[in-house]
Each structure stands twice: as C-alpha cells, then as structure tokens.
Design a binder for this molecule. Structure first.
Ligand code: ATP
Ligand code: MG
Length: 435
C-alpha cells in the first residue's frame, strides 16, 4: 500500500505539473480519514482521458474504462525494485488479479472528473460528460465516498458533507435518496455493505427508499450482487448486514432462504466468529439457515452459481460443514476417525467453524482442544508412514483385488489407534481380510 500511495502521489504531482487539477478520490479518502488502510488509491483529475495518456505515455497507460473516462496508469516507481512485495506474492496466488506483471503493484486508476447523464436501465448512465471536481463529487453514491484529497495541499475537499457524516458515522446518499437509488439499483446493496462493514447507521431516508425499491435489485447482475454479498457476509458485523437486508426486504432477492432462518442461532453463530473469512462466515450462515443437510447442500449449490463461488471455496465450505462435528467430538471418537480430518487440506476452515459453534453454544471444548494440540505435533507423529502398502501385499503374494482397500483401511485404523506397530502385525491383520 505504501508503494501504491507513493505511485498515486507521483501521478497527482505529474498531472499538476502538466497544468491540471488532480486529487485522490472516493474510497481511499474515506478509509484514510477513518484511519483504515485503503485498498487502493484512485485519482480524479480534470485532464481528459486523451490528455492523461499523452502525459504518461501510451505504453504506460491502459484505456480500461475509456467510456467512463478511466485510464489505468501503470506503476513506474516500482520498476527499479526487484524484490517481490507481499502484494505480488498474494497476486501470484490469484493470477487473474495481475495482467500487467509489474512487480505486482496494481495500476492506479485515473478518472476524469465527470457528471453522469441520465440513467435509463437502473444500472449505468446512458452517457457521461466531463466536468469539474464538484460535479464529480455529486455523481458519487454516498457522502462518505464523495470526498477528495489534495496531496499537494494536504487538504480534504468536501462538496457533499462527507466529513460530518463520517464523524456522525452515518451513511447518507448524496442528494435525493429516491433518485439516487432509482438511478443505480446496486447502490441499495452497497448501502447495506458500507453500513455493516463500517459499523455506521443507515440514514432514515435511504432506508425508506431501499425498502420501497428493493425488488428492483434484480436488474443488477448476479456477479455484482455476489461481490457485495461476499463483503456483507464476511463483515465483523454480519448480523447488522443481515438485519438490514431483512429490514429493507432485499433479502428476498439476494438471500431467499433468509426468511426461514432461526434468527437467534444465526446471530449467535456469527457473533462467535473470531476470524472473518468469507468461507467460515458463509458456512455458519448456511448451517444456521438449515437444520438438515440436503437443504444446506441446496443452498450452497444455489449460492455457488449466483455468487460465483470458486471450486476451492465450495470445497472448503463443504469440508467445514461435514467435518467440524468430528473435531468437536474428538474426545469420544477413536483416533482413526479423527486423524483423517486433521490431515485434510481444509483443516483450518474446519477448525474455524468448530470453534465458532462451540463458542456460540457454550459446548464442551475438550475435543477441539485435543485436535488443536495434535495439529501442533511433528508431521510424522500426526500422519505416520503407513505400516503396510498395496505393494507390500503384492510382495507377500496376494493378488490385487477389491479386498485390498478394506484390508489396508483396517490396518491403517489399527495403526492410528495404537493397536499394532509393526509390519508383521500389519500383515497378519491384513490376512484376515484377504483370501
Ligand atoms: P471499496 O474499494 O472498499 O469497495 P470504494 O468506496 O473505493 O470502496 P469502489 O467500488 O472502489 O468503492 O468505488 C470507488 C468510488 O466510486 C466510490 O467511493 C464512489 O465514490 C464511487 N462509486 C462506486 N460505485 C458507485 C455507484 N454505484 N454509484 C455512484 N458512485 C459510485
Ligand atoms: Mg475502491
């Protein structure tokens, strides 16, 4: 982030030297004023997109959102450094995030000040007109998102009363709530998202308008709904978000099964989370919504498609739903039933859900603690080499067949449970399963 900040400052500086106005804009100003680390730094300027490309050079820019006046300026400060940043490492795990391969620093988005024309489809303006900073502030969604920061003068520029609303912790639309939600339906869900992620209060006029227009959220693509809902679900105050979804009636459209939820257990589960990853949160949510497994599977399946969950996310959620009970009951089960869960690749998700359920219901922790201890063991203690393999059986003269699996499984269980500890014992146990 420090790198990005330095880049963004440089970009503003260069635009200014070329005779333009250039500010930090939107979310990064809000986050910085709240003492939070901004995710990214967006720059807004009175230079037109063509001018921006001229100033930074065609090869250092990408016309990513040319229709909306957004040009991506590739980082240039970073080119000297060879060291991979934390962000670069993270991006290596999410290759889609980095199409530019510049030491992992995201390009900075430079947007020309604009005012939006009429909204005809409830999603985007039919045309945009370039304008000045004030108009650009007025087209933004919420007052707290509508401020600029001038890095040269070290000064916040606030045309919309964002500073006061930040102070009062209030989420309010810029201008008339009815019109602003009618223009762009996604803003309804963004309102819920910002309210719960920031722990703010939603302004009464905004709430009322969302209640009125909730059903029209369906004009927004599932993908964008999913992107917002991910953030609502993973927020520390998910219960606030879900309550708002219910209060506004948005839930009928974005989380249809929520109306059947038993509210109290759901709130308890979510409040018991210590970690706010999406997967843990969504697992707890689905578990609270549905007592029975088939209904859970169905809900997960529906959300997977609509919210575009990745295969990995689905796998982790499934594992956590399926196996957290084994962790909780570990004291009552033979080790051979517990150990396979502990060596599961998704054990962190499983443990996280188990811990939340135990905390929420004030259940016995001993099984969980036992697993926690075992997870700190040396790898060969937690997952010892098998005493016997299929090859060993072949070498002993057995012909491969269906019983191999049963035999090996029985041997493995006996080994883990400490009933046998030599190859000889393993072989004689296996013999009972083989002809
Ligand atoms: P974050 O990046 O944490 O999600 P953000 O406020 O930066 O928060 P973005 O979606 O990145 O949100 O948008 C950047 C800015 O663009 C916002 O701060 C806001 O000023 C403006 N904006 C984004 N979406 C809309 C919208 N649907 N309607 C009006 N203005 C919007
Ligand atoms: Mg942003």
């Amino acid at each position: 982030t420090t790198q990005c900040l330095a880049e963004a400052i440089q970009i503003c500086h260069k635009l200014r030297q070329a005779g333009h106005v250039a500010y930090f804009a939107g979310g990064c100003v809000r986050d910085a004023m709240l003492g939070r680390e901004p995710k990214d730094f967006d720059v807004a300027t009175d230079a037109t997109p063509d001018r921006v490309r001229e100033i930074f050079g065609k090869r250092k820019t990408l016309a990513i959102g040319a229709a909306f006046g957004v040009i991506a300026v590739l980082p240039h400060l970073a080119q000297a450094t060879e060291q991979p940043t934390a962000q670069a490492t993270e991006q290596a795990n999410h290759p889609t995030g980095d199409q530019h391969g510049r030491q992992g620093i995201e390009p900075i988005e430079v947007a020309t000040f604009r005012s939006d024309g009429e909204y005809l489809d409830g999603r985007r303006p039919s045309k945009v007109r370039y304008g000045d900073a004030r108009h650009d502030a007025l087209r933004r969604d919420f007052t707290i998102n509508g401020m600029f920061f001038d890095p040269d003068a070290n000064q916040v520029i606030d045309f919309v009363g964002g500073r006061d609303d930040l102070q009062r912790q209030m989420l309010r639309t810029i201008g008339d709530a009815e019109q602003r939600f009618e223009e762009d339906k996604l803003r309804m869900l963004r309102a819920v998202r910002f309210t719960c992620t920031l722990g703010f209060t939603l302004d009464a006029a905004a709430l009322q308008q969302i209640q009125r227009q909730a059903s029209e959220i369906t004009v927004v693509s599932d993908e964008r709904i999913g992107a917002e809902m991910r953030r609502v679900v993973a927020a520390p105050r998910t219960t606030v978000g879900l309550e708002l979804l219910r209060l506004t009636n948005l839930h009928r459209h974005v989380l249809p099964s929520l109306q059947d939820a038993e509210w109290e257990p759901l709130a308890k589960l979510l409040q018991a989370r210590e970690r706010f990853e999406f997967e843990t949160s969504l697992t707890l949510l689905i578990m609270a919504l549905h007592v029975d497994q088939p209904a859970r599977d169905q809900t997960l399946h529906g959300l997977t498609k609509r919210w575009r969950l990745s295969n990995e996310e689905v796998r982790r959620i499934r594992s956590a739903m399926r196996w957290h009970g084994v962790v909780m009951d570990a004291e009552k089960k033979p080790w051979s039933a517990v150990q396979p869960v502990l060596v599961d690749r998704d054990i962190d998700a499983i443990m996280s859900v188990a811990r939340s359920v135990i905390t929420a219901n004030q259940q016995d922790r001993s099984g969980y603690e036992r697993c926690l201890q075992a997870l700190a063991w040396q790898p060969q203690q937690l997952d010892p080499c098998p005493l016997l393999s299929g090859d060993d059986l072949k070498a002993a003269g057995y012909r491969p067949g269906r019983q191999f699996k049963d035999a090996l499984q029985a041997v493995r269980a006996a080994q883990l449970d400490g009933e046998i500890d030599s190859g000889q014992q393993a072989l004689s146990l296996a013999a009972k399963y083989l002809d």
